[in-house]
Design a binder for this molecule. Sequence first.
Ligand code: FAD
Length: 491
Amino acid sequence: DAVVHWFKCDLRTTDNKALHLAYEKAKSKGVPLICLHIISPQDYKAHMTSAVRVDFVLRTLEVLKEDLAQLDIPLYVETVEKRKDIPGRTFELCKQWGASHLYTNIEYEVDELRREALMTRKALEEGIAVEAVPDTCVVAPGELSSGTGNQYAVYSPWFRAWLAYLHKHPHQLEVFDRPAKNPANARKAYEDLFDSTIPDAPRNKMLTDEEKRRFRSMWPPGENEARERLSKFLQERVHDYKDKRNFPAANNTAVISVHLTSGTLSARTAVATARDANKSKKLDGGDHGIVNWISEVAWRDFYKHVLAHWPYVCMNKPFKPEYTNIEWEYDNELFTKWTQGQTGYPFIDAAMRQLNHTGYMHNRARMAVASFLAKDLLIDWRMGERYFMEHLIDGDFASNNGGWGFSASTGVDPQPYFRIFNPILQSEKFDENGEYIRKWVPELKDVQGKAIHDPNGRGAKGVKGYPKMCVDHKKSRNRALARYKEGLERD
Ligand code: FAD
């Protein structure tokens, strides 16, 4: 007999609920614990997972395999081409290993949730007990509802309910222990699993040598790295977070999304550690920076709740159905200018170049470029959503979809569509001295003063080698207002 833990987006040993339960089960039965991870190229394709994220996951698996081997726990990683074959192959492996119990943490995207439900049903036929448990959110989807029993579609009341829930159930913030030594000797019986290697990236998700060098030096993998990053942030930068988080050049955010997305850090650990760093030991009082940071981590929970309650957002549909009929532009030339950071709007271009070079973009910049694509270029926001997934190292369906919905005014945010960011004012406000722009748009490094925000615009001399603005904001703003209005009236 044996117990299996199936790793998905929870690539850590510490504070991992399903892994913890699997370990406890193996211990109580006195049988070995085996760990599994499945790579599905079709899944990667369906989720538009970026090559940089795949590379991060594979490097994390190497670290995880070593960490688990220290505990005499084997980690076996297999490539299963088609996603529909994953449940069958998982059961087959369990049987091959003589396992009667399979543990995993629930994923809330619609296909994954269906897969989890199917496996739990099929488990009976297969004679394997499947336990899929909520772990990825601090508060599990389904736990919060308004006084009338409805789900919250607006963040502020949802957040108040989130806090109230955690006050009422403080144990939800207790972290789960890391497994100790394998409860039964697995070294001999499962030698081939210990000897197995982590597969290479699927062909369509391979990085070039130059990309490997670049991304790997920026993004070290593994849960120890994640915890160190968190603790450094909480010691050094969190206190200024509230004041500086909106300024991309300030480097004052945690840059920890890659770890929350891959599960090298749990959201519960992130929130509990931040609370403990707060002198007041509270989630919602005391250090302003800490309190603000916790409320940002909560946004991640919020968007996962939205996804779980309104699964049609996974099907290319806007959260607000009345926004279905907007007539979008599909101008490939303009789209390419946007993707390549050649729009002629320095703040937008800096942001897109940061994404292309690092696999990451600052939150304020994400909002600005998303608004620019959807409103100024009137390009279907789903093209931008897709480009983000294909290039972000922290690409997460719920947060990305939520962020795009927010920026294109088609999502859960109650702001009306006529709130349109002015890309030059955003730049003047959030990159006043142009440091972020100069870093990512070197053509502009010698531009002095305010012209940095608008180098080819009104009265400015212009900069050779840097493009003219691809659209006129005033005109495109009016066009967007008219197009959104028409779309709503067409309903
Ligand atoms: P910090 O400011 O240090 O925040 C800590 C953590 O809180 C983040 O790591 C993240 O897990 C969570 N968080 C913070 N802000 C948000 C938010 N607005 N929505 C959801 N979670 C949040 N985040 C992703 O993790 N993956 C994505 O694919 C993603 N796509 C986005 C697309 C758009 C258009 C927008 C506007 C935002 C998107 N975000 C996404 C949210 C946010 O930009 C990033 O989480 C944040 O920039 C990560 O940097 P950080 O770790 O330094 O964040």
